[in-house]
Design a protein around this ligand. Structure first.
Ligand code: NAP
Length: 287
């Protein structure tokens, strides 16, 4: 029997997951289809419930459902509960279990592709949504000295710090309002600046925007933009001009997807195949 897995989100037209996950499944000769399952908020419970069918292996969960989907599952792992969001659902004998592979995907990309060890480092994060939560937990586990969150909606950043703060150990977590003075004060000392907003994402109203005042980008920092479409965002282009190092969202996307693949199939994901088709999907040259 053909098995099915897919990505649940809204909208999904520009998601790369169906492209590189299907290529990986086909490469290993598995009789599994990976589909895009666009799901508005009012259909989420029905969509997640449908994963209990015998031919469903599970799903990825993306914007805007990562937090809401957590409450529709039979169980979730420790990481999911710490982040407060799920990005991977696994179906086993009628029960649904949540995992969060964004945390490991982010750290692997930062270390392997960014060549950056966040231990003891001061970090500045733009955004306070689901991705920022995964980044917060990852940076705590990696021993960052401090993580400051600046978000358009200040209350959301404050809530993130309040909820994740108790597990922060030696990492100082701060929330600041999205005003120039906050950016200026925090950018000076940060060595890692991360964009966890959708500002700069292709196909949105803010596709030409930067979430951070460009003149404040520290020239000696690594700027990690979680956005993967376009491959080089306006923030990355501006950071390069200022002499900073940059890292885009593609490696994180592939690594989190590879972990999800392993959870559904029990097999190691063919990373090279995934990278190759994803780069082609973004119109990037091989490299
Ligand atoms: P989310 O929970 O919906 O959060 C979106 C964030 O973007 C919020 O902080 C939101 O601020 C901010 N934002 C949206 N529009 C804005 C605007 N016009 N001006 C300023 N801030 C704005 O989404 P998410 O899951 O955290 O994802 C965030 C980004 O990370 C997306 O671009 C996503 O593609 C990317 N991502 C990449 C990967 C990867 O594997 N590479 C994984 C996860 C996420 P408010 O709170 O004020 O609304």
């Amino acid at each position: 029997m053909t098995k099915y897995v897919g990505v649940i989100g809204h909208p999904l037209k520009r998601s790369l997951s169906p492209v590189f996950q299907q290529a990986a499944l086909d490469h290993l000769g598995l009789d599994i289809r990976y589909e895009a399952w666009p799901t508005p908020e009012d259909r989420l419970a029905e969509r997640v419930g449908g994963l209990r069918a015998p031919d469903r292996l599970g799903a990825n969960v993306t914007i805007p459902h990562k937090q809401a989907a957590l409450y529709l599952l039979d169980g979730s792992d420790d990481l999911c509960r710490r982040v407060g969001a799920v990005n991977t659902i696994v179906h086993r004998e009628g029960k649904l279990y949540g995992h969060n592979t964004d945390v490991a995907g982010f750290l692997r990309a930062l270390r392997e592709d960014g060549g950056f060890d966040p231990a003891g480092v001061r970090v500045l994060v733009a955004g306070a949504g689901g991705a920022a939560r995964a980044v917060a937990v990852a940076l705590i586990d990696a021993g960052a000295a401090s993580v400051t969150f600046i978000n358009r909606t200040f209350s959301r950043a404050a809530e993130l710090v309040e909820e994740i703060g108790p597990q922060a150990g030696g990492t100082e977590l701060n929330a600041l309002p999205d005003v120039y003075a906050s950016w200026r004060a925090s950018a000076i000392s940060c060595r890692l600046l991360i964009n966890c907003t959708s500002v700069g994402m292709a196909g949105t109203k803010e596709e030409k925007g930067s979430p951070v005042p460009i003149e404040l980008i520290p020239p000696d920092a690594l700027v990690f933009d979680l956005i993967y479409r376009p491959a080089k965002t306006p923030l990355m282009a501006a950071a390069e001009k200022r002499g900073a190092s940059v890292l885009g969202g593609l490696p994180m996307l592939i690594y989190q997807g590879a972990e999800s693949f392993h959870l559904w199939t029990g097999l190691e994901a063919p990373l090279e195949v995934m990278f190759k088709v994803a780069r082609a999907g973004l119109g990037m040259k091989e490299g």
